[in-house]
Design a protein around this ligand. Structure first.
Ligand SMILES: [Ca+2]
Ligand SMILES: [Ca+2]
Length: 165
């Protein structure tokens, strides 16, 4: 596992109220895909280290790599996953959108959204997560939209797991 993003939500009391916490933990080692990506942007020496934030835009190189960012441009707002509460007819819950490479499988990357109802004793599962769409790729990047219903559970935690094979 090389990346985790947590999202917690409590039932909103208004349509636009939510409690969200993002935390990215990169646990991993540099692999060929990252090295190729770094060299494509001309980063060398210290600037090519995966924990470094070159610009800085608040995102380290490795996270930029996972979400198709540009390590030389301040693009954090457009590359990080985003989420919001939806209260449409027929669906009440959380929508979670993240970016991935359209050729993520060839790059050896796997993205999985999982949720649980309890961080201490709960089991992470994809059972409650519905992938509701993936955009047409633009410059090799597509956005993937996921939905998690909040109709039943009072509290849920969401994570995006990124694995490199
Ligand atoms: Ca950066
Ligand atoms: Ca950037």
């Amino acid at each position: 596992m090389i990346g985790l993003i947590f999202f917690s939500n409590k039932p909103p009391t208004t349509s636009d109220e939510t409690t969200a916490t993002f935390k990215v933990d990169n646990i991993g080692v540099e692999k060929d895909g990252y090295r190729t990506w770094v060299s494509r942007f001309g980063l060398t020496g210290t600037n090519s280290v995966w924990t470094v934030d070159v610009e800085p835009d608040g995102i380290d190189n490795f996270t930029e790599y996972l979400f198709g960012g540009d390590p030389t441009k301040s693009d954090a707002a457009s590359i990080l996953p985003r989420s919001g509460m939806l209260n449409d007819t027929g669906f009440q819950g959380l929508e979670y959108v993240y970016r991935r490479y359209s050729d993520y499988e060839a790059r050896g990357l796997e993205y999985t959204v999982e949720c649980t109802t309890n961080l201490l004793i709960g089991t992470w599962s994809t059972n409650e997560v519905v992938v509701s769409g993936a955009s047409f790729p633009i410059i090799g990047i597509q956005t993937v939209t996921n939905r998690i219903s909040t109709a039943v559970e009072d509290e849920q935690f969401l994570r995006l797991k990124v694995e490199e094979h």
